[in-house]
Write a protein that binds this ligand. Structure first.
Ligand code: B3K
Ligand code: ZN
Length: 871
């Protein structure tokens, strides 16, 4: 029996908390496992043969299960009665030190709406085992430090499931007389259960080949539904580029004769790095110019590379326990960021990465769910696949590259891979390998692994005679369970600019280790302009009330492109924060706007900046990042002031925006950086014109939509139209839906554009869209398309009467029984209530309490809601 629902936890139960310091090595190991699947869509028989070896005297063999039952159990080929169920676990008493345990289970893939374990997606069968999905297929010590060699036999009806895939290399296949066929796959590399995968179904492959630098010929295949094979070229190019890059940059080669990728439509995450058989959400594989925008192309490149890079950072060296998740995720995110930077524009990539960190991770770090990149406890590990573990984790390792320099860092990673190949390692193992390989001391630096919260660095700059005194003071804010913090190691790339020459005399790496430190610099006859945290060398918030004139100077002169962007951002942040908190007189508002307008005009006119960078520089700081600077915040005010500034910039620079739109509209479509830059800027021009001159913006957007030969232009135009009223809006939305009715990924965009739009009726639109025939709660991409876009639409989500909160709470309750993992992702927007003004905060809290009062919540939702309420 297998109802495939995740175990409900009654509201009165004390939650089960798993703690990092309770780690114990496994009682039993499983050096080999043979799996035999008789696959069918609603009743799959799994025979698992475990070769187990004892590691601890007297301990029974404890095998995890989740929603499954033992059909038969044999030990060494004989019936065996000495077993019992302990909750979901199967506990088998064994007398010797080595046995063969054979267990049959039966699962129902099509009833598995959680999309964890073995499930059906549009007639295909596929698996998702990370973190704890394998136990939904068969009983096993489902923990990442139990590494096994897998032999997998798949059998299925040949007409229904013509393709049978699993990890490793294919070794044999054949047909049976009854219309079924079978395939045997062996994976020579020991791996934890979370990396197991199988896929069965009607799929076609796009194929290519890669020869590793030591001469191994690897057959590459990207498997998709028939008809989609025309949209795999970009993913394949990205894969090949990633394979070559990892050899060159980290000395890492691929280690099997085949590398398979399968794209499926129903997937909780973005993709999964199963050994030799990556399974992807279709959105990170399928692309052509008509249906995928430039951002989609970048995301595909990044995610394909990320999953490939896991072959070393995650698979060859895996995690000892789930508290070490950032060991593989933080490092692999850094690696994919470095790869994308090398394949595009490094500064633009850096800006995008920092924007994501600030939008997603900073709020996490300052809210009720804050946790260190290596958490100390969890109730449900799925809740810890967070921006903190991933993106801040990457920033922490990036700081090691800053401290060590690239060559020495590479010596450290070589040492890490060499020492821990084939092992389940810890974050501590990684840090030690970098210390030893790079020859640096990371004793104090380790606090980045244990302390949560975004450090703030307060900056005071004084000038006397020819000496500059820079005083830096750090504060690491208290976070849940961590009221007191120790000082961190904060590497800050810094430069002092001479106002007269517009240059600096060399960059300094200031490493802040104390709570407060003073650095002095001589040879500055005049007070210089400070450029600090260049390249965002540390994931901190800099507290420095700079003069607008200095920021305008840096925006125009800084030779670090990230610092230029940062100066523009700070200029706007300072102005908007003052505006939202009513600190601006009319004269100050005018002066602030003038400074921002001057910086924008310079960016628009500067021939030394390429359009890709220009497109970044003119994006205003996001509403969430602005809200982070204010507590408590009125989200309506943030939206209003930000839009007012946009309207002012649109009006003041109207001639420039028109010229930009005309110029960029003449650039033909291609994927080269200049054309991509032109497309980015083209829609930005409309974004600014829209609030200033809606009629002109509608005309230009409608023309851009009509002329579009690619999704970037089409989606950009539709986004602008979506925020405005008019027949053109309705016409374009209807056209878009008609045109792409058969393409679910594009229909996702159609939902997102409306849910995230600036239109004052966005909330009403979302309620109507939830009733649309194309909407379903069973497809995670569709749910996210509608409701994540809505939760990120601050003005709509924070509607003063609380209706937006109600909508998200209703979604969580409706989705939870179907897919608790995805449902839990919608809790954090409500969890930010403490940072919101009191009236709305009370409404948000009430919705969290309404959820908490429900019986039978998933462990995922219960943990997030409980922590958000402060329980
Ligand atoms: N390791 C997977 C994430 C799986 C999510 C499980 N809840 C994808 C990745 O980070 O590469
Ligand atoms: Zn990953």
């Amino acid at each position: 029996m297998n109802d495939m629902s995740s175990a409900p936890v009654a509201s009165t139960d004390q939650p089960h908390v798993v703690r990092r310091l309770d780690y114990q090595s496994p009682d039993w190991l499983v050096p080999t496992i043979d799996l035999d699947f008789a696959l069918s869509i609603d009743s799959t028989r799994v025979r698992s043969t475990l070769h187990v070896t004892r590691q601890r005297a007297g301990a029974p063999l404890r095998l995890n299960g989740d929603g499954i039952a033992v059909a038969t159990l044999l030990v060494d080929g004989q019936a065996h009665n000495a077993w019992e169920m302990d909750g979901n676990d199967l506990v088998v008493s064994l007398s010797g030190d080595a046995h063969v345990v054979t267990i049959d289970t039966v699962v129902n893939p099509v009833a598995n709406t959680q999309l964890s374990g073995l499930y059906a997606s549009g007639g295909l069968l596929c698996t998702q085992c990370e973190a704890e999905g394998f136990r939904r297929i068969t009983f096993f010590p489902d923990r990442p430090d139990v590494l096994s060699r897998y032999g997998v036999r798949l059998q299925a009806d040949k007409a229904q499931f013509p393709v049978l895939l699993s990890n490793g290399d294919p070794v044999a296949q054949g047909d049976n007389a009854d219309g079924t066929h079978w395939a045997q796959w062996n994976d020579p590399w020991p791996k934890p259960s979370y990396l197991f995968a199988l896929v069965a179904g009607d799929l076609v492959a796009s194929r290519d080949r890669f020869t590793t630098r030591s001469g191994r010929q690897v057959d590459l295949a990207i498997w998709v539904r028939p008809g989609d094979e025309t949209r795999t070229d970009h993913a394949m190019r990205s894969l090949i580029a990633a394979m070559a890059w990892d050899e060159q940059t980290y000395g890492r080669e691929y280690d099997l004769d085949v590398f398979n990728i399968v794209a499926v439509s129903d997937f909780n995450a973005g993709a999964m790095e199963n050994k030799g058989l990556n399974i992807f959400n279709t959105r990170y594989i399928l692309a052509d110019p008509e249906t995928a925008n430039d951002g989609d192309y970048d995301a595909i490149e990044g995610v394909v590379a990320h999953e490939y890079f896991h072959n070393w950072s995650g698979n060859r060296v895996t995690c000892r326990d789930w508290f070490q998740l950032s060991l593989k995720e933080g490092f692999t995110v850094l690696r994919d960021q470095q790869f994308s930077a090398d394949h595009g524009s490094p500064p633009v990539k850096r800006i995008e990465d920092v924007r994501i960190l600030r939008a997603a991770q900073f709020p996490e770090d300052s809210g009720p769910l804050a946790h260190p990149i290596r958490p100390d406890s969890y109730q449900e590990i799925s809740n810890f696949y967070t921006a903190t573990v991933y993106n801040k984790g990457a920033e922490v390792i990036r700081m090691m590259t800053v401290l060590a320099g690239p060559e020495r860092f590479r010596r450290g990673t070589d040492r890490y891979f060499d020492q821990h190949d084939g092992e389940a390692a810890t974050c501590e193992d990684f840090v030690r390998a970098i210390e030893e390989g790079a020859g640096i001391d990371l004793t104090q630096f380790r606090r980045w692994y244990s302390q949560a919260g975004t450090p703030r660095v307060d900056v005071a700059l004084a000038h006397a005679g020819d000496t500059v005194t820079l005083t830096l003071t750090q504060t690491v804010p208290p976070t849940p369970g961590q009221p007191d913090k120790q000082p961190m190691v904060i590497p800050l790339r810094t430069a002092l600019f001479d106002r007269a020459t517009g240059r600096h005399d060399g960059e300094h790496l200031l490493v802040l280790t104390e709570e407060s430190q003073t650095f002095t610099f001589t040879g500055h006859a005049a007070p210089p302009v400070l450029s600090i945290n260049r390249g965002f060398s540390a994931p901190v918030a800099i507290d420095h009330r700079a003069d607008s004139a200095d920021l305008v100077f840096l925006a125009a002169h800084d030779d670090d492109p990230f610092a230029r962007y940062e100066a523009m951002q700070q200029l706007v942040v300072q102005h908007l924060v003052a505006a939202v908190t009513d600190q601006l007189s009319d004269a100050e508002r005018a002066a602030g706007r003038a400074a921002i307008g001057e910086a924008f005009a310079a960016v628009l006119a500067d021939p030394a900046i390429d359009d890709l960078m220009r497109g970044e520089l003119v994006i205003l700081p996001g509403e969430t990042y602005l809200a982070e600077q204010l507590s408590p915040v009125d989200p309506g005010r943030v939206r209003a002031e930000r839009e007012a500034l946009k309207a002012w910039l649109g009006g003041t620079l109207a001639a420039q925006w028109r010229a930009v739109h005309d110029r960029t509209s003449a650039v033909p479509y291609s994927l080269d950086p200049a054309a991509r830059g032109a497309r980015k800027l083209k829609t930005q021009a409309l974004v600014y014109l829209a609030p200033a001159d809606p009629v002109e913006a509608i005309n230009r957007a409608a023309a851009q939509y009509a002329a579009a030969d690619n999704m970037t232009d089409r989606q950009g135009a539709l986004m602008v139209l979506c925020g405005l009223d008019g027949a053109e809006r309705d016409h374009a939305l209807a056209d878009f839906h008609r045109r792409f009715a058969d393409n679910p990924l594009v229909i996702d965009k159609w939902f997102s554009l409306q849910a995230g739009s600036l239109h004052p009726d966005a909330l009403r639109h979302v309620k109507a869209l939830a009733q649309h025939a194309d909407f379903t709660l069973t497809n995670p991409n569709r749910v996210r398309a509608l409701y994540m876009a809505f939760a990120g639409n601050t003005a709509a989500f924070h509607a003063a009467d609380g209706e937006g909160y109600r909508l998200i709470a209703d979604l969580i309750l409706a989705l939870d029984p179907i897919n608790g993992n995805v449902a839990a992702r919608f809790v954090p927007p409500l969890g930010r209530w403490r940072k919101i003004e009191p009236t709305r905060a009370a409404l948000m809290r009430a919705e969290l309490e309404r959820i908490a009062a429900q019986p039978n919540l998933s462990r995922d939702v219960r943990e997030q809601v409980g922590k958000s309420l402060g329980a």
